[in-house]
Ligand binder design. Structure first.
Ligand code: FAD
Length: 409
């Protein structure tokens, strides 16, 4: 039996402590907050989309950074295992659209409740309000941690599960990243991901609150399409948000750092080809020759977009349909098929669902989560350079890597 210290009582830390406890180790879980899993309470808008009930192959397709590294973890503890685990600890679950799994009650607290029950079952010593200041070393071996107040706690093994940098108010303040750098480990560049985007054009905030459904968002870099997906998005007072935008943010971050800005377009009528749209508009125009252009545009566009179209096309407000030229109609169609805006940056960590980048997976043995060059030390969860799209994948990364880390001691 080894003495194990787990630092961080989030998703990965709780599961790491459970895994180690299950193997009969003496486990202490240290959490600086007054409660475990503070971030879990706000996941899935308070409902906690705790995993995605898809195959391992599909799971790995939804991982943005280092999917191959997760092979062992996800085949050791997949989404079925997580659902069974939650159910076995007293919380009923349900699976919704897109294989997203939730507690049946729609209360994220029921996921934490199940985890706490599991921790009790394997006698994990949970210490709340306990902030770890640093990891202690003797030679090349981690031998414990120092907590606030200078007290030292000794152990045979330390598992760092301190999370990333997003939503720091939940406790993820990047401590593990700082320690890893001090230990000489490679930490890849971090950036916010699954985050809204700032936009340059002043006409975008004018559409604040407008949600678009069934549109195609395309983002280009050097003449190449970086992102090209159908779905929903939202205009805000600073730029754009919504499911399509959050996913795009995970893909474009590194490119945005190189160029400062990226060109994006929205196809507002993705179901219609250019010619089909032209025929439809021609029909509308013919039926409304003596009406104002803005009234016809209202039949084609959400009303808050109409003044923006008029502004971009530099039309007078009272312009009549019968005066619109063929060239102007072509420009209108172009605008409908490729409404342009310029992405000028990612929003901040405090708005980001995850952190991209972290402790390099090159430092870590993927079959155990142990640090390759420091004995007695493992990492799990978002502190690692791992991130995925929305849908329950990020929490499943935390559960699976945490479980494997605990089980491997
Ligand atoms: C608003 C929001 C919604 C989300 N919704 C979903 C969702 O529905 N589905 C999904 O899959 N993912 C979701 N995520 C992402 C998911 O919550 C994270 O990926 C996951 O919680 C990461 O788990 P973790 O244990 O690695 O880190 P964290 O959950 O960040 O936990 C780290 C823990 O370590 C503690 N800690 C840090 N430093 C110290 C220290 N020095 N001493 C002691 N303790 C320390 C922190 O207090 C914290 O409790 C969401 C994230 C956010 C912000």
């Amino acid at each position: 039996m080894s003495k194990v210290i787990v630092v961080g009582g989030g998703a990965a830390g709780m599961m790491a402590a459970y895994g180690a406890g299950l193997c009969g180790h003496s486990v202490t879980l240290l959490e600086k907050n007054e409660k475990l899993g503070k971030k879990i309470y706000i996941t899935g808008k308070g409902r906690c989309n705790f995993t995605n009930a898809c195959s391992e192959e599909d799971f790995l397709k939804n991982v943005v950074s280092n999917p191959k590294f997760l092979f062992s973890a996800i085949y050791t503890f997949n989404s079925d295992a997580m659902i069974d685990f939650i159910e076995a600890h007293g919380t009923e679950t349900k699976v919704e659209r897109g294989n997203r799994a939730f507690p049946a009650s729609d209360h994220a607290s029921d996921i934490t409740k199940a985890l706490k029950k599991a921790l009790d079952e394997v006698n994990v010593d949970v210490r709340l309000n306990t902030e770890v200041k640093c990891v202690l070393f003797a030679d090349d071996q981690a031998v414990g941690v120092e907590i606030e107040g200078g007290k030292e706690l000794n152990s045979d093994h330390v598992i760092i599960c301190t999370g990333g940098l997003s939503y720091a108010t939940t406790g993820s303040t990047g401590d593990g990243l700082k320690w890893a750098k001090q230990m000489g480990l490679n930490v890849t560049k971090t950036r916010p991901a699954l985050v809204p985007l700032n936009v340059k054009e002043a006409y975008v905030p004018k559409m604040q609150g407008l949600a678009l459904k069934n549109v195609k968002l395309s983002i280009n870099y050097g003449g190449k399409k970086l992102y090209d997906e159908f779905g929903e998005m939202l205009f805000t007072h600073f730029g754009v948000s919504g499911p399509l935008v959050l996913s795009a943010s995970s893909i474009i971050g590194s490119f945005l750092e190189k160029t400062g800005t990226l060109d994006a377009t929205i196809d507002l009528k993705p179901a219609l080809s250019y010619d089909e749209l032209d025929a439809r508009i021609l029909r509308d125009f013919n039926d409304n020759m003596n009406k104002r252009l803005s009234s016809v545009l209202r039949g084609l566009l959400p009303s808050s977009m109409v003044p923006v179209f008029i502004e971009i096309m530099d039309f007078d407000d009272d312009r009549q349909i019968n005066s619109v030229t063929k060239e102007e109609r072509a420009e209108l169609i172009k605008l409908l098929k490729a409404f342009p805006f310029t992405i000028s940056g990612l929003r901040e960590y405090k708005e980001a669902i995850v952190t991209q980048g972290g402790v390099s997976v090159k430092n870590i043995d993927p079959s155990t989560m142990k640090c390759k060059n420091i004995n007695g030390l493992s990492f799990a969860g978002e502190v690692l350079d791992l991130d995925a799209f929305t849908g329950g994948f990020n929490l499943q990364i935390a559960w699976a890597t945490g479980y494997l880390a605990g089980l491997s001691i």
